[in-house]
Design a protein around this ligand. Structure first.
Ligand SMILES: Cc1ncc(COP(=O)(O)O)c(C=O)c1O
Length: 399
């Protein structure tokens, strides 16, 4: 907490602070849980695409799961070896597919028959063989927020089992394509891994059918989705999760690929903002801060809960507080009805578990520049992305 005040004094508020040591610890825990089962862990860059964090993942031996040409560009800029990259996503453009093939990424995980056509055309044009996996829509209900559920039958993601069979067969027959795996991703913020296991069983059925036809695949990619305890309590039993998936992959003779994002970085991030004003409105005590939904949209978008602490206010009288941002939207809040020490103008507010889907989803709404990001490692901290400027707000614009 002392460090927060020091950083706030130096970089200003609001800002994101990431604990690199904690990210490494979580990587180590997941890796230990997988033991000597053949596996690859590809960090889901979408959770937090700060170059320094992608590089940290690379240095720890992880690969990257990307979903756009921009993420490809950033992963490569962070020094991620292309062969460790898997390219997921329901809406890849032709130029993004071409760039991924030119970079020679490890796998393109296709989600539509038309996408496989484009991968084949582009691979032929480049004179290369494209490694592809097909993303299965496993048709399971993940029991998470509707906006981050992806594995139910009617979602836009992936292919039905019959389509996966058809696309892998088609890829096996095309000299420009090398089918290497089946992927699936059930949804995000899963606190119960059962839907992942059910999806893995469905993927295994498809895998076995293909194997019986002589199609040899390599990767069983179970996606990401591991949840974190935003409301406190125990972390998900990552050991049991890894053991069960590794066992299934082992039965198939597959390499297990995991694409965790949130699990690795959410607990390692703190969003820090400063209280500007405190006012009483009928029935509410409102603390208006200098950071809000433009910096951290999860509460407004998903009604998400983040733990909140007021820095240096431990001994104060407590009461119910709504912690809100400065944006001209009633939905601009960080926490509502929270029991906290009574805030005062100038207080720093630390919003926990903000390392995933925080800064990556930030916007400049209300013409507020993007905030800075800071990485702390081994007791030291450094700015890894400077705050945006007013000039940034008009870059590329013509009056
Ligand atoms: C294909 C895929 N892999 C991995 C992830 C990462 O999910 P999480 O951050 O929940 O681990 C996502 C998130 O939506 C995804 O769509």
């Amino acid at each position: 907490m002392e460090q927060l005040a020091e950083i706030a004094g130096s970089v200003g508020t609001p800002f994101y602070l990431y604990d690199g040591d904690l990210v490494r610890e979580r990587i180590a825990r997941l890796r230990a849980a997988l033991g000597d089962a053949p596996h690859r862990i590809c960090y889901a860059v979408k959770a937090n695409d700060a170059l320094a964090l992608v590089r940290l993942a690379r240095d720890e031996g992880l690969g990257a799961d990307i979903v756009s040409g921009g993420e490809l560009w950033k992963a490569l800029a962070a020094g991620m070896p292309a062969e460790r990259i898997v390219f997921s996503g329901a809406g890849k453009r032709r130029d993004e597919i071409r760039a991924a093939l030119e970079a020679d990424v490890g796998s393109i995980n296709v989600e539509s028959p038309g996408e496989l056509d484009i991968v084949a055309e582009e691979a032929r044009a480049l004179g290369i063989v494209a490694r592809v996996a097909a993303r299965l829509n496993p048709d399971v209900e993940p029991g998470t927020h509707a906006y981050v559920a992806t594995g139910h039958g009617t979602s836009k993601f992936g292919l039905a089992a019959s389509q996966v069979l058809a696309e892998i067969r088609r890829a096996a027959a095309d000299p420009a394509l090398a089918p290497i795996g089946i992927s699936f991703h059930v949804g995000s913020q899963l606190l119960d891994p059962e839907p992942v296991f059910a999806a893995a069983e469905r993927a295994a059925e498809v895998w076995r059918e293909l194997a019986a036809e002589g199609v040899e695949l390599r990767d069983l990619d179970a996606g990401g989705g591991l949840g974190v305890p935003y409301r406190g309590g125990d972390d998900l039993d990552v050991e049991a999760y890894a053991r069960r998936l590794a066992r299934l992959a082992g039965e198939l003779g597959a390499t297990l690929v995991l694409e965790p994002g949130r699990y690795l970085v959410a607990p390692a991030g703190t969003f820090v903002t400063r209280v500007l004003y405190v006012k009483e409105v009928p029935g509410r005590r409102v603390a208006i801060c200098d950071g809000g939904m433009n910096d951290l949209v999860r509460p407004a978008l998903y009604d998400a809960f983040h733990p909140i602490a007021l820095v240096g206010a431990e001994g104060r009288e407590r009461g119910q507080v709504d912690v809100v941002g400065p944006v001209c939207e009633t939905g601009d809040f960080l926490a509502l009805g929270r029991e906290l020490p009574l805030p005062e103008p100038g207080d720093l507010v630390a919003v926990g578990y903000a390392g995933a889907y925080g800064r990556v989803m930030a916007s400049t709404y209300n013409a507020r520049p993007l905030c800075a990001e800071v990485l702390a490692e081994g007791g030291r901290w450094r700015v890894i992305r400077e705050a945006g400027t007013y000039e940034d707000l008009v870059r590329g614009e013509s009056p």
